[in-house]
Ligand binder design. Structure first.
Ligand SMILES: Cc1cc2nc3c(=O)[nH]c(=O)nc-3n(C[C@H](O)[C@H](O)[C@H](O)COP(=O)(O)OP(=O)(O)OC[C@H]3O[C@@H](n4cnc5c(N)ncnc54)[C@H](O)[C@@H]3O)c2cc1C
Length: 408
């Protein structure tokens, strides 16, 4: 049996290859798990459904989809079909690790075989010379490049003969089919990658790859992109690997400050300000445009993610994990490692964090990165008429005072 989770593809799929080595026939299974669905907003769930429809098509209509708790569901189905082994791509995030250990135990004699991961290099592999994990990005990236990664696994939908499931839950209908991720990548590679270095910070231009959601759900493996890029783009993929590595070593940092002196940071708790931020009604146009893009599309440009995160933490003085939770609900690329650690980077409490005195100014950021105001006009044309909910110049000083207080 091949149990799909965040590896919703058949090409370059080591777990399918491992299953094929044991048996020519296999059942493909996906479990709709409430633990993951409940905190997810509609755009995120829709995207998952689109991925599942696409995977079902790849498997000739033979994907079994079951709603339930994997710890009961996976062993039950494995028993029903008499599976000799269950094959997965390893999960490295805290919940996934716990779930897989519980499933492994419940499977008893049926082996749970982990092959491959959602990363070029599995989290935990790249270590410093003294065997300890990296805490800073650049040396991690250099060691990660030196380590290198395996070539793609030679698989496609026909690598195993997919069993027809006896029953399956319906995948809810979707308005649009999933686009061909590989074609989108190739278009980006040919047309935009050459200028990526210069244009990637501009939310008003369609200049980034929009690969994050495909990577999140494993529609593409990062290896596929890494063999065709270098420089800045490769560096960005290395950030994704770095944060997965950090979370693997310190799973508690999904909820806790990596730098524990930030536990002493004074926060406010004004729910009205929080609501204005969530709805994109702060009166700071670039912030409002970003927050509304998130609600409308389940996506936000990276530069704007940094601006709105800084605004929440340093202008509204709200805890970073409030913002992180809202992002995880709405982002279709929402990924615990990348999300929590980018938030911690902005808040100053994470690895390699931005220095505490760097407070993004939403006006100058907008001038620099959305120079003609096209991004704001697209998502929040009315925002310039909203009275700002706080005064940036005042709140910046409050933030600096609070950071100063915990510095030593
Ligand atoms: C507060 C905050 C929260 C974020 N939350 C997430 C998240 O939940 N999931 C997520 O995938 N990314 C997250 N990011 C990182 C980044 O914003 C997105 O990966 C990027 O905007 C996705 O768009 P793209 O694919 O067009 O990016 P591109 O610019 O084309 O980058 C290519 C790929 O590199 C990786 N990447 C780029 N920047 C980063 C980064 N800073 N950290 C980690 N990986 C990166 C992504 O996989 C991305 O698809 C967050 C950033 C911030 C500041």
């Amino acid at each position: 049996m091949v149990w799909f989770r965040r590896d919703l593809r058949t090409s370059d799929h080591p777990a399918i290859l491992a299953a094929a080595e044991r048996s020519p026939r296999a059942l493909g299974l996906f479990v709709l798990d409430d633990r993951l669905l409940k905190p997810s907003g509609q755009p995120r769930i829709d995207f998952l459904h689109r991925c599942l429809h696409a995977l079902t098509d790849e498997l000739g209509g033979r994907l079994m989809v079951v709603h339930g708790d994997p710890v009961q569901t996976v062993p039950r189905i494995a028993r029903e079909i008499g599976a000799g082994s269950v094959h997965i791509s390893a999960d490295y995030a805290p919940y996934g690790r716990r779930r897989d250990e519980a499933v492994e135990e419940a499977l008893g004699d049926v082996e749970l075989v982990r092959s491959g991961s959602p990363y070029a290099v599995a989290p935990g592999r790249v270590l410093k010379g003294d065997g300890t994990p990296f805490k800073v990005f650049t040396p991690f990236r250099n060691a990660w490049l030196d380590h290198g990664w395996r070539g793609p696994a030679d698989t496609d939908a026909s690598t195993v003969d997919w069993m027809k499931p006896e029953r399956t839950d319906e995948i809810p209908a979707v308005k649009e089919n999933l686009p061909d991720a590989l074609k989108l990548w190739e278009k980006f590679r040919d047309e935009r990658l050459p200028d990526y270095d210069k244009t990637r910070n501009r939310p008003d231009l369609d200049a980034t790859s929009r690969m994050s959601a495909f990577l999140r759900w494993g529609v593409l493996h990062p290896r596929t992109l890494l063999r065709e890029c270098d420089g800045t783009y490769r560096n960005e993929l290395a950030w994704r690997e770095f944060y997965a590595d950090v979370l693997w070593h310190k799973p508690e940092t999904a909820r806790q400050n990596l730098d524990r002196k930030f536990d002493r940071m004074e926060h406010d708790d004004d729910l009205e300000l929080f609501e204005a931020w969530k709805q994109g009604r702060t009166g700071y146009p670039i912030v409002d445009a970003g927050m509304r893009q998130l609600l409308e599309e389940g996506f936000m440009h990276n530069r704007v993610r940094m601006i709105v995160a800084s605004f929440l933490v340093k202008d509204l003085h709200l805890p970073w994990w409030w913002g992180a939770r809202h992002f995880m609900e709405h982002l279709i690329d929402g990924d615990l490692a990348s999300n929590q650690h980018n938030w911690q980077w902005v808040a100053g409490s994470g690895t390699d964090a931005a220095p505490f005195f760097r407070v993004f100014n939403p006006m100058t950021q907008a001038k620099k990165f959305d120079p003609d105001g096209a991004y704001v006009r697209r998502y929040a044309p009315d925002s310039p008429d909203i009275t700002p909910i706080v005064d940036h110049a005042v709140e910046r000083l409050v933030a600096l005072d609070r950071y100063q207080a915990i510095k030593s």
